[in-house]
Design a protein around this ligand. Structure first.
Ligand SMILES: Cc1cc2nc3c(=O)[nH]c(=O)nc-3n(C[C@H](O)[C@H](O)[C@H](O)COP(=O)(O)O)c2cc1C
Length: 341
């Protein structure tokens, strides 16, 4: 078996090659895919000694919801393509772990089936060309228990992948289709005209749920999102799947965290592969740290049980890393614990 924190070798053994490649690939020459992973390693850890770490507690809050760990499940679409349990399996594992689960607009399971097993969960929103469909997905998600909306801002159009897989996701995302009777495929495409004003629109449609903007990589954008009503920003480059050559998230994170200060919460994802990357992210100002491909590999390898094992492995690895850096809680992981090489 592969490392409990990275089940990619196991997943490769069971997935059809086109599905494996669909998950693994990035945009362009995949410069950012590689840089995301490398950049965490550019932050050296500076541990404290003799701090007494027998009682590490990973519990934290995300927009007012108590969760067991700063590690959360980032939104990824089409999960039934990697395992028949799909989003239901992932949501169940996150619920059992007490971790936050973010459900993609491009989910492949039925909304009610996911909500029935989920613990705390947020809905990731792609504004679709037919805004009526988007409104329906948001309203139904609010009714089903979503506690926040994650507006993905880095995907006004879907970028061309370099090693394009032959998998065509167009009809694999059944959640939204299940909620409406619109049959025109173009209605489900990304709307390229999304602006800051849509933060307020989503708050309105959802009856006031907090809005998180995902895909923020700059201080000025972060401040503009907060000024437009966002409760949080999520530093992300879509795992290197959108614009290639963009700044790795471990580089963008401190700029964004400093820009919003205590006005908003900050989340991050991209290339996180160990508990020590989570500690680096917390030190640089993140409240929550998302796993994208890692969850899909675990789901592919072993279904819901695989995702549960992954989250448990992260909990153990993060606890040990916190002990070794001398921090007892996520709020004790401060900026002085890292330095740039
Ligand atoms: C197969 C796949 C599907 C994804 N689907 C979505 C999506 O539907 N919505 C979204 O906001 N991000 C999506 N993402 C991006 C993830 O939320 C996350 O930003 C990224 O995977 C983090 O990088 P990592 O895979 O290195 O952890 C997807 C990523 C992958 C790999």
């Amino acid at each position: 078996m592969s490392s409990p924190l990275d089940r990619e070798p196991d997943a490769r053994g069971v997935l059809p090659p086109d599905i494996h490649d669909y998950v693994a690939t990035g945009a362009g020459d995949e410069e950012t895919v590689a840089a995301n992973r490398d950049a965490w390693g550019r932050w050296w850890l500076r541990p404290r000694v003799l701090t007494g770490v027998s009682d590490v507690d990973l519990t934290t809050t995300m927009l007012g919801t108590t969760v067991s760990s700063p590690v959360l499940v980032a939104p990824t679409g089409y999960q039934r393509q990697v395992h028949r349990e799909g989003e239901v399996g992932t949501a169940r594992a996150a619920a059992e772990a007490g971790a936050l689960f973010v459900l993609s607009t491009r989910a492949s399971c039925r909304l009610d089936d996911v909500a029935a097993v989920a613990g705390p969960w947020w809905l990731q929103v792609y504004v679709l060309r037919d805004r009526g469909i988007t409104e329906e997905v948001v309203r139904r998600s609010v009714a089903a228990g979503a506690r926040a909306l994650v507006l993905t801002g880095d995907t006004p159009v879907v970028s061309t992948r370099s090693r394009r897989s032959s998998f065509d996701p167009a009809h694999a995302a059944t959640m939204a289709r299940d909620l409406t009777d619109v049959r025109d495929d173009s209605a489900y495409e990304q709307a390229p005209d999304v602006t800051y004003a849509d933060i307020g629109w989503l708050r309105e449609v959802s009856g006031g749920l907090p809005v998180v903007v995902k895909g923020v990589l700059r201080a000025d954008d972060a401040r503009a999102c907060v000024a437009a009503g966002a409760a949080a920003v999520w530093v992300s480059n879509h795992g290197g799947r959108q614009l290639d050559g963009v700044v790795p998230t471990a580089v963008a994170l401190p700029e964004v965290a400093d820009a919003v200060g205590s006005d908003a919460e900050v989340f991050v994802d991209g290339g996180v592969r160990h508990g020590r990357d989570v500690v680096r992210a917390l030190a640089l100002g993140a409240r929550g740290v998302g796993l994208g491909r890692a969850v899909l590999w675990a789901l592919a390898a072993d279904g819901s049980a695989g995702v549960a094992d992954l989250l448990a492995a992260y909990e153990a690895n993060l606890t040990e890393t916190m002990q070794l850096v001398g921090a007892r809680s996520p709020s004790g992981v401060t900026r002085d614990l890292v330095t740039w090489r």
